[in-house]
Design a protein around this ligand. Sequence first.
Ligand SMILES: [Cu+2]
Length: 349
Amino acid sequence: MRLRGSNKWRFLGSQILVFVWSASAAFADAAPPFSPTNIFAPASTPAKAIFGLSLFVLAVTGVIFLVVFSLLLYSVVKFRKRKSDDGREPPQVYGSNQVELAWTIIPILIVVALFMATARVIASVQKAARPDNAIEVVAIGHQFWWEYRYPALGVVTANELHVPVSNDDHPAPTFIKLLSADTDHSFWVPRLAGKTDLIPNHPNSMWIDPHEPGIYLGQCAQYCGTQHAKMLLRVYVQQRAEFDGWIQQQRQPATVSNAVSQGQRIFETTACINCHTVAGTVANGHFGPDLTHLMSRDTIAAGAAMNTPENLQQWITNPDAIKPGSLMPAMQLSDQDLNALTAYLETLR
Ligand SMILES: [Cu+2]
């Protein structure tokens, strides 16, 4: 594309406008009603450290950009082609030790400074001491859902991770060991910490210490198959007492009524029990999420749908309608059995 005269300036102007617009859109996102996955709104120490570093890198590179761009603009304007030019080249300058030393040494110093700052943040996140009262969680990535185990507390759940608030008065960080049951996944809740992969046969670890209660969202950040996009992360940060209450409730086996319901009989005589666990019953499969306290979760299928009776029925009839390519087969049940089965699932509080 060849641009001439005022067209050229208009083109440059529009490019600058686009740049300023997208930059300000990114920052407007950081104002309070921000997106729940905003990397500019850290709420936990590792995320804050990374955010601080990113501002430092942005400032350094921003200054470099301004200096280089101003010099460039100055030269373009000052030495532009003029009508009065006589067609000869201006006098050329060759070799200047001072200039060459300057443009070698200054960039080296800048790179060293960026390197040191980055190394400091990585060390501060990776070498953090683990206090005795830290919550211990094992997160296992599955195609396409998350299994969470609290070995010291005797809790197993899926997709919705609960952790206590951690602040200066009551530090209670959560240390997460990351494993995979099949292929590579990646745990990334941008407001809480950097991204860490879950690699088969290679345990990784990370930690978070969320300062404010709330729901923090994320997303599997390593392509892991067809339903990677619907492998969502939900972290529920609760006040300590609320968290302890949740743990107590999750430790209970399923409430089994004396008269075994029609729905429970269907569940226990269908393939469901080969893939799902309901503590306190014969169901002890591990291929799919633990269903002991299914009703305590807001969503099903790793955040792909809200946990409503209609969605549950649709999920059991045809998981592909909600999550095409999910690894749960469509269960062929009569309407009557489906209703009874759903009624049973609704009792798993
Ligand atoms: Cu994944």
